[in-house]
Design a protein around this ligand. Structure first.
Ligand code: UDP
Length: 310
């Protein structure tokens, strides 16, 4: 049994990680400032004796006593509308917060997992994106608060490793979906599914030809835990390499929900990447990981969950 700190514990990925760690027998301390989630995702863990929740902002420090074996840094607003709404807090969480978390991990001799993102590749000029690609990011654009916070966090991890031999692992997470996606956070899967279920028009931004590669949350969590349990430093892409246009996604959501909703076209947000697809050769080789859930199947589970939740 390990004692593991999950930062951003009440978020989409954070809460699924807490569940999995508890299920496999670990002790978990979850921390979240509840600025972009409500705590509802952790309800089922309230009565779990191996789980503790602490409300706190990691940019202010890590309020955990006693020794820990690992720190998972999943604290950050993650959907574009959310981080565009709180750009300074996003930068502060990724920079000061990550620095505090790395310092805390180092003092504990703990393994540190950094939730990085495909956004470090910006609007990529190569596809699929391999980990050695440096990216194409607008450092002063609207999305830079998120992209540069994550790039800085990766740089910090590497600096802690180079200077102190910190035990770090960086995972670059590609678009992930599944139960517990926040219906109000404005991401494409939650928007399309909620719109279809509520008989509203599906809002396609731009002409809908931009692509994303969607990874079902169970696959993503399994990949992250494989990195945690390894000695790999990364960065390692964890995502599903099957690419879809937003129009294809919209059609699939309409088909699976049986909705009569129409598509409406709205302006493409600034710096919205045209394509995104992970090269997962490294994850396959080093972690023996690959996704197993196809979009159609994952969307079925997600739609079922939204039907119950809405
Ligand atoms: N998008 C869309 N309709 C929506 C929300 C998003 O067409 O209601 C598009 C968005 O412009 C982007 C893609 O879907 O091209 C994925 O957006 P999301 O916010 O889910 O994540 P991103 O990959 O941009 O971080």
């Amino acid at each position: 049994m390990a004692r593991i700190v999950v930062l951003g514990a009440s978020g989409f990925l954070g809460s699924h990680l807490c569940d999995e760690l508890i299920a496999r027998g670990d002790e978990v301390v979850g921390i979240d400032d509840l600025s972009s989630s409500t705590g509802v995702n952790l309800k089922a863990l309230e009565s779990e004796p191996r789980f503790t929740f602490l409300k706190g902002d990691i940019a202010e420090g890590i309020p955990v006593r006693g020794t820990v074996d690992a720190v998972l840094n999943f604290a950050s607003p993650a959907s574009p509308p959310r981080y565009l709404n709180m750009p300074i807090q996003t930068l502060r969480t990724g920079s000061r917060g990550t620095d505090n978390a790395l310092q805390f991990a180092l003092e504990n001799n703990a393994r540190f997992i950094m939730a990085s993102t495909s956004e470090v590749y910006g609007d990529p000029t190569i596809s699929p994106q391999v980990e050695t690609y440096w990216g194409n990011v607008n450092s002063i654009g609207e999305r830079s608060c998120y992209d540069e916070a994550k790039r800085y966090a990766e740089a910090l991890c590497m600096a802690y490793w180079r200077e102190y031999q910190a035990n770090i692992g960086i995972v670059r997470i590609f678009n992930t979906y599944g139960p517990r996606l926040d219906p109000t956070d404005g991401r494409v899967v939650s928007n399309f599914v909620c719109q279809a279920l509520q008989g509203q028009n599906l809002t396609v931004y731009g002409d809908g030809s931009q692509t994303r590669s969607f990874c079902y949350v169970d696959d993503e969590i399994r990949g992250i835990l494989a990195l945690l349990d390894s000695n790999e430093r990364g960065p390692i892409n964890i995502g599903n390499p099957v690419e879809f246009t937003m129009l294809e996604l919209a059609e699939l959501v309409l088909e699976l929900t049986g909705s009569q909703s129409q598509l409406v076209y709205e302006a493409l947000p600034a710096d919205d990447p045209l394509q995104r697809c992970p090269d997962i050769t490294l994850a396959r080789q080093l972690l023996k990981w690959e996704p197993t859930v196809e979009l159609r199947e994952g969307l079925r589970h997600t739609i079922e969950w939204f039907q119950k939740t809405l």
